[in-house]
Ligand binder design. Sequence first.
Ligand code: 2AM
Length: 163
Amino acid sequence: MRLFFALWPPRESARALADWASGLGGRAIPAEKIHLTLAFLGEAEPQKAIAAARRVEASAHRLPIEMAKYWKHNRIVWAGPRETPPDLKTMVDALHFELFRAEYILERRPFAAHVTLVRNARPPRQLPPLPEVDWPVREFCLVRSSVDSNGSTYGIVERFALN
Ligand code: 2AM
């Protein structure tokens, strides 16, 4: 099973981001697939990951979606906070620590809070202003990804509530 931990936006926020992205060229991510990845496990068994995530104690907070950017190295357009909110940083550090203790091997690249909105994007001259997006973070999810001819489909395996 291909697994990752993520934050999922409220439906109307995902819709607003998908609408914004749909005019940019490239492959806009459909609203129901928009998410923020916290930790990517790859092929893994879910049991130990679920136990590890249950040990994470973190506070509910809001994710500000303040800026949009094009990344040349993987040709994506993403949106996200200007700076990772401290509560999110604490939560991700705790999750990574618990996953490490459970012997999952995570990528060494540092966590960058970003929500991919377009893949195969062309370098934009200028990105239009983002819509107002409310993204309360009250839980995080373990998600399974299956890849088929239509691309990836995601299914939530388990949800973990924040305080
Ligand atoms: P991305 O949006 O920056 O590509 C599901 O694939 C999610 O896991 C995506 O949000 C993707 O981030 C993220 N991810 C992180 N590391 C990955 C990896 N090595 N392979 C595939 N996806 C990865």
